[in-house]
Design a protein around this ligand. Structure first.
Ligand SMILES: C[S@@+](CC[C@H](N)C(=O)[O-])C[C@H]1O[C@@H](n2cnc3c(N)ncnc32)[C@H](O)[C@@H]1O
Ligand SMILES: [Zn+2]
Length: 372
């Protein structure tokens, strides 16, 4: 396998040469590496720098870049695993660049490792869906569970049946499908952990391009798990008008649109609670600033997450404008107009034209055109 050296953060490592050739899709080489997932890895490292962690398990290492960066940039002892012999050869070569770090390399199905060993942090980064791995990870992750999903089509409703099979929830292909996908994954993870009397607290979760990334704190005990389950619910979308709303409930009750009386369509069960911990976000923002990364893509993402209302579902206000045959004002003006009318409103990281608000539709309609 011919190799090429790359640097991410302050970590140097080798990847298969073939990967970055534009004629091949990312990951088509014997060992997977996708430079576009760098933001995903950066986010994890900045979070880990805020936490007190003594062991980290990179369950699906590929080149080992995640575990290597955590060891080198966060000073945390890591175990990097993969079941592919080619990946393990590369991980060992990359680990040998850092003889002073505490790096263990294992070559197994990650489920076998997680069945017998516990780690402060378990990080799942599979091809596509993490669904088959979350159950065992819930028993192995002592304090934190991190999960990437790249199967956005099943999660977001484009492949409805696959989504139902994998996640036991009903998505729907709406303009806010990326948020529905993230919340369905969160709801699924909680149901997998709850059977072991363990709950979750989202610390830093986001959807971007074709992936969802979750960083969760694991809690223990029946009471805290019951509390976490209070965040399970549904998003209801009116079949006749743009109205959408969420409901925290184990069994849904909403049937009719409160705006127009038409039948509501339902997505879920899914997580309807907050997806971020504001204190952690402000620590990460300060850390990024101190690193001269205050203008970086990651810093912009953290700022948006911090501003975003925690309630589910948003409107793409350009779609609303089309629906009402209006010409929309800039997003900042629309948000100000909604707030001036006495309602909450924010931008959202899911969509540059997305607005989260608790305002009724008539308020949104007059806010969309701020200059008459
Ligand atoms: C998407 S890649 C991981 C990418 C890597 N974490 C990164 O950030 O670049 C998925 C890896 O999981 C490995 N894999 C798939 N199933 C596995 C399993 N059951 N146990 C351990 N590794 C597995 C594959 O060999 C592949 O290298
Ligand atoms: Zn309606």
């Amino acid at each position: 396998m011919s190799e090429r050296e790359v640097v991410e953060g302050s970590t140097r490592f080798f990847i298969p040469e073939q990967d970055e050739n534009s004629s091949f899709p990312p990951g088509s080489a014997a060992v997977f590496y996708n430079s576009r997932m760098r933001l995903n890895r950066d986010s994890t490292n900045y979070l880990l720098r805020q936490l007190d962690v003594s062991s980290y398990f990179d369950a699906m290492g590929a080149s080992g870049v995640r575990g290597l960066r955590v060891a080198h940039e966060c000073g945390i002892p890591v175990t990097i695993n993969d079941l592919s012999p080619e990946a393990i050869a590369l991980i060992r070569r990359n680990a040998s660049l850092y003889p002073d770090h505490d790096i263990t390399v294992t070559e197994e199905d990650c489920r076998a490792v997680m069945l017998r060993q516990r780690f402060d942090v378990v990080d799942l980064d599979p091809f596509g869906t993490p669904a088959p791995f979350v159950d065992i990870a819930a028993t192995s992750a002592r304090r934190y569970l991190f999960v990437t999903a790249t199967d956005t089509a099943p999660l977001c409703g484009a492949h409805l049946k696959a989504g139902i099979r994998r996640y036991g929830a009903r998505p729907m292909n709406t303009e806010y499908h990326s948020e529905v996908g993230l919340r369905i994954l969160l709801g699924f993870v909680l149901r997998e952990t709850a059977k072991y009397d363990r709950g979750i607290e989202p610390l830093f979760c986001f959807a971007r391009e074709h992936f969802v990334r979750l960083h969760l704190r694991m809690t223990g005990g029946a009471g805290r798990t019951d509390n976490a389950l209070k965040n399970i619910g549904y998003i209801h979308q009116c079949t006749a008008c743009p109205w959408r709303m969420s409901e925290a409930a184990f069994l849904p009750t909403v049937q009719e649109c409160p705006e127009c009386g038409a039948k509501m369509s339902r997505m879920g069960p899914l997580w309807v609670g907050p997806i971020n911990d504001p204190e952690i976000l402000s620590q990460i923002a300060a850390d990024l600033k101190a690193d001269d990364m205050g203008e970086s893509v990651l810093a912009r993402l953290v700022t948006l997450l911090d501003e975003e209302l925690s309630t589910p579902a948003f409107y793409n206000y350009h779609q609303l404008a089309r629906h009402w045959h209006l010409s929309p004002s800039p997003v900042a003006d629309v948000i100000t107009a909604i707030r001036d009318a006495g309602y909450q409103a924010s931008r959202t990281h899911y969509d540059g034209r997305g607005i989260k608000t608790d305002a009724p539709l008539h308020v949104l309609k007059s806010a969309i055109v701020t200059k008459k």
